[in-house]
Write a protein that binds this ligand. Sequence first.
Ligand SMILES: [Zn+2]
Length: 433
Amino acid sequence: MKNNNNLFEEKNIFTPELYVKGIYIAAQTGTDVFVKRENAEQCAKASAIIPLRRGSIYVIRFDSKPDALRVGVCTSDPRALKDGEGMSGMKKPNTPYYEGETPDYCDFMYVPQTEGEYLVVYTGEKMPEFFIGDNPILIGKDTDDLWWYAPEQKDLFGNADSWGNWAWTSDEVLEHIYEPMRAKHPDYITRRWIGKDETGKYDMWSYIFEPKDFEQVLFITGGIHAAEMDGYLGLARFFEYMVDSDGSHAGLHYLRTKVKIVLIPIVNVGSASGKHLRENLVGADLNRDFEARSQAETLNTIWLFRQYEKQLAAAIDFHTSKATTLDLYYQFQIQSNAASCWLKTINHIYEYLKDKGLTNEPTDLSYIPGKYDKSDAYLQGYFYNHFGVPTLVAEHHHLRWYPMHSAENMQLAVDFYGNFIIQTALAKLKLIK
Ligand SMILES: [Zn+2]
């Protein structure tokens, strides 16, 4: 990747000595993945055995497609097994592909949950070109210091004591939220007209938050699906806090004083102006249009992105999901170094939900990194595949725990959206210093 893909330094910890003959993962009857050892050095089958440390994020990439692929994690060193012994109860790492036929795309990542775990990667009889990166990031701990907790939120029902109204048109969102911000801070916030929607009736606007001495640039989009009001309004609420930062939170203040943010508050402006559908007013799902680029909204978004493309540290596309069973749903390129920062943030969100009694699901089963990142049809895949900018899709579940448009939902949206932006910026800061 050519630019900006440097939020974290990754260390390649793979050495050929870690590729051990005689140990491999075999499919057992049922669902278990299993480690065995047969005839030691005589056995052609071999796996990479990687001792892991808690406090690191591991990213595994293949330069070429391996002959086979099975991945598991065990809690003791499989090299200590005797001939013919097996080990059951292996965990599956968080990967879209961990067994069966090898797909073209099979990169994955893993975060050890306990000390003393071993990652076992069986790749067939020929050792492929491998990259196993160790990102020494303390999970949770180093975001704790600078985690931003949003003040108590109000709802979006449009009542006298509400913060806003979910039914606002896109122009009303600008008029109620973004325009007063811009009027208050004319030296910091500017806006730019970026074109009309596909019907030619509605204007698309971008807001640019530019501190005098900025150190980095982020590109942020909301409302590409106009049915996701709690999402783009939660985002707007976060920007109010950022703009009025008094310096008491170092992360928020870093954003306010050192980060230029190029924002499209609502991409799907036509549908957000009344109908509030996922699709735009001619029925196109804009977040499936980036390969075809058939819609004005898509072209306007790409045009704006390309004005800043060379400077961008990352892009974030905020969504709201109807998922009622998933706790977390985030997509990003696990090949990009920004993945560490985002995984760390997701992990923190998971701990936050657990503290609130909202989840008991194991964290590594409830989000799916990497699923869409190879597809150019999505904003996310298009930005990364063509321009090398790490891109996160962050979904907020407005039906998972609380009623739509409720104060509780706003609380989660503002907290989580805000912290993704803050932590993404801080990750880069750690490299600068
Ligand atoms: Zn969406």
